[in-house]
Structure formats: structure tokens, C-alpha cells
Design a protein around this ligand. Structure first.
Ligand SMILES: CC(C)(COP(=O)(O)OP(=O)(O)OC[C@H]1O[C@@H](n2cnc3c(N)ncnc32)[C@H](O)[C@@H]1OP(=O)(O)O)[C@@H](O)C(=O)NCCC(=O)NCCS
Length: 348
């Protein structure tokens, strides 16, 4: 028994923010952003009308309809995001409520850029074991609500965008279709290289660098203080060059691992969907694997890095554009904060 993608959908908000638009808020340029990342524009959710969950609902509704089922047929939800509506509870239960689903299990996955592949792998195991028949896997992000749009945050804020993607996984006995294997990895050694430290319970425990000013904190004030906000310590941190260096090694490695596990080689791949971290990273991975340009799908130019949503959005768009056909070998690969990285190989 294998699992197959029975339906897929994506949603991106209407608001388009070009690189030029960002120059209103910070010292940056269209040229710098395009040269370093390939990004031309990104979408931003409506400030109050849309959330990570509502975008997930939009994408899920399409995936569920294309699978030929209704929300009431879903028997498990796996929701990947790093920008949840609430610190807790997770987006899974909010989606269950919004879509009027049955009292099914809802699991949130916190694996940032590799969140969707991790979520897919979890769902795949539940299908293979026979436990569930219709699993909804969602990746959604509303980054625009939590980034530093001053010049101090420009190395991060120009990269990220909002959006959502979703798939419905179902069992199949067709040997020529479905998820062949998934491969998950982590290395917490570099956990602080791409991270949002605050609010949190770390109290500067992990590093000598003080990630927040707790000097005047009294009981009950540690999690989120006024000083933290005044000092812009509530935004993500990224050492971009360190991330880049590790990503260009781990992406090809985890694709190679998936191919080797199935006795396949790079030339067998019809479409590689890399997590849309940076166009330069994707181009490097393409070269390293010896793939042609038409074997790799990129849409970061339009949407920026949408983290857990990037792979399902790209997969759906590539399929809608007719670039993925029945029987094609598709490889999904992701790398990001944690560090965590992952791949999945599937026959469409
Ligand atoms: C973030 C990234 C584009 C930055 O490019 P880079 O070449 O490494 O640039 P650096 O961070 O070394 O900064 C170079 C200069 O550009 C400046 N800069 C940073 N962001 C800028 C921006 N948006 N606009 C203009 N200048 C910027 C820096 O301040 C620095 O200036 P300085 O030389 O005067 O100090 C690149 O490192 C990257 O893409 N890394 C991978 C990130 C990633 O994929 N993250 C998601 C993982 S899933």
C-alpha cells in the first residue's frame, strides 16, 4: 500500500509587493534583491482579513474538491507552518473548525522550510499503515505580519512572502503511482543560525550572545518584555551566508539519497521541486545534479520564499501548467531552519 496525491491546490493573496515597493520602507534596491535571490515580487496577505489558517483553508478547499471528496471525508490533518495564527493552539484545529470537519486528529508540524516534506512523510506513514484514508496536508505562511521592515531587517524581510498549498493523500495499490520514499534529517548544531528567538522560554540559555534583554525582568515578564520590542528582538535572525553554504550541500545530498533508495539516477527525474529558498541555491543544485533547466521548477521570482507553503504551491503550479504529467517522477526537496532538510520521491 502506497499513498498518492489525490488532489492539490494553492492560494496566494492578491496584494503584490514588488522590490521597488519595499524601498519605501528600507534601504534596498530591486537590483540587489534580484541579483542575490532572483525575487522580483511577493504576495502579502490582507493585514486583518487573512491569516495563515484562512489561506490554508483556501488551498485545502481546492485540493479537497480536486480529490473528489468533501471536508467531512478528511480523517486527519497535518498542518505545517512557522507563522501560526496563535502561539498555541496550532492552525490544524482552526482549519478543522473553519472547514466544519469531523472531530478528527489535527497535527501541527514546526519544521520551517522543510515543514511540508516532513508533514507529507508523516501523512504517508499513516496511509501506509492503513490508519487513515484521506489525509489533508497543508503548508501555509503569513510572514508579512512578523518581519522587520526597517533597514536593520532587510536581509530577511525582502526574501519572504505569504501563501498556502495543500494536498489530499489517499491510499493506492497502483504500483506505478504514489510516494516512493521520504527522507528526513536534522542537525541542531546550527539551530541559532536561522531562528526567531523571541518570544520564547530560552532565557539566553543556549548561547553567550544575549538574544533578549531580561535585565529588569521579574517573574511573569520573561516571555515578552517591553524592552524586547523596543530593541527589535522579536524578529527573526539569519546568517544568510552560513545558510547558503549548508543548503547547497544538503539539497543535492538529500535528492541523491532519495534516488539511491529507489535505484534511480538524476536523469530519471522529470521534475525537481526544490523549496524556493533562493533562485541561486536552486540553480546551484540543478548544476550539481546535472539537471536541465526544464527539470527544475522555480517560481520564487513571483512569490519569494513562502517557507512551508513553497513546495505545494510550486508543485501545484507546475502541474496546472502541464509541466508534470501522469507517470512522471517528481522529487521534492527542502532545507531550512533547524537545520532540517528532507526529500520525497513520487510517481505522479
Ligand atoms: C540573504 C542573502 C540573499 C544575502 O546575500 P549575501 O550575499 O550573503 O549578503 P550579505 O548578508 O553578506 O550582505 C552583503 C551586504 O548587503 C547588505 N544587504 C543585506 N540585505 C540587503 C538588502 N535587502 N538590500 C540591500 N543590501 C542588503 C548587507 O548589509 C551587506 O552590506 P555590507 O557589505 O555593507 O555589510 C543570501 O545570503 C542568501 O540568500 N542566503 C540564503 C538564505 C536563505 O535561503 N534563507 C532561507 C533558508 S530556507
Amino acid at each position: 500500500m502506497r499513498s498518492k496525491i489525490a488532489g492539490i491546490g494553492y492560494y496566494v493573496p492578491k496584494n503584490v509587493f514588488s522590490n521597488q515597493d519595499l524601498t519605501k520602507y528600507m534601504d534596498t534596491s530591486d537590483e540587489w534583491i534580484q541579483e542575490r535571490t532572483g525575487i522580483k515580487e511577493r504576495r502579502y496577505a490582507d493585514r486583518t482579513g487573512e491569516t495563515t489558517t484562512t489561506m490554508g483553508v483556501e488551498a485545502s478547499a481546492i485540493a479537497i474538491e480536486r480529490a473528489g471528496i468533501t471536508p467531512q471525508d478528511i480523517d486527519f490533518i497535518v498542518f505545517a507552518t512557522l507563522s501560526p495564527d496563535y502561539y498555541f493552539p496550532g492552525c490544524g484545529v482552526l482549519l478543522q473548525r473553519a472547514m466544519k470537519m469531523k472531530e478528527i486528529g489535527a497535527l501541527d508540524v514546526r519544521n520551517q522550510c522543510s515543514g511540508f516534506v516532513y508533514a507529507l512523510s508523516v501523512a504517508d506513514q499513516f496511509i501506509r499503515s492503513g490508519m487513515y484514508k484521506n489525509i489533508l496536508v497543508v503548508g501555509s505562511e503569513k510572514h508579512s505580519f512578523g518581519l522587520d521592515y526597517s533597514t536593520g531587517g532587510r536581509n530577511i524581510s525582502v526574501i519572504f512572502g505569504d501563501g498556502a498549498g495543500a494536498v489530499v493523500l489517499q491510499p493506492t495499490e497502483d504500483e506505478n503511482r504514489g510516494i516512493l520514499s521520504t527522507h528526513l534529517h536534522s542537525d541542531g548544531e546550527s539551530a541559532e543560525i536561522l531562528a526567531m528567538y523571541n518570544p520564547g522560554t530560552h532565557a539566553n540559555h543556549w548561547q553567550e550572545t544575549a538574544y533578549a534583554d531580561f535585565k529588569n525582568a521579574e517573574i511573569g515578564e520573561m516571555f515578552m518584555s517591553h524592552e524586547m520590542i523596543d530593541n527589535a528582538q522579536n524578529f527573526p535572525f539569519m546568517d544568510g551566508q552560513a545558510v547558503f553554504k549548508k543548503a547547497v550541500v544538503k539539497f543535492p545530498e538529500v535528492v541523491g539519497e532519495a534516488l539511491a533508495a529507489n535505484n534511480l539516477k538524476p536523469s530519471d527525474i522529470n521534475m525537481l521541486i526544490p523549496h524556493q529558498a533562493n533562485l541561486r541555491i536552486s540553480q546551484f543544485v540543478q548544476q550539481k545534479l546535472g539537471l536541465r533547466e526544464d527539470q527544475v521548477y522555480n517560481n520564487i521570482q513571483k512569490y519569494g520564499n513562502t517557507t512551508a507553503a513553497s513546495i505545494p504551491i510550486a508543485l501545484c503550479e507546475a502541474w496546472e501548467d502541464g509541466k508534470i504529467k501522469e507517470g512522471d517522477l517528481v522529487c521534492l526537496a527542502a532545507f531550512g531552519s533547524g537545520f532540517t532538510w528532507a526529500s520525497a520521491l513520487l510517481r505522479w
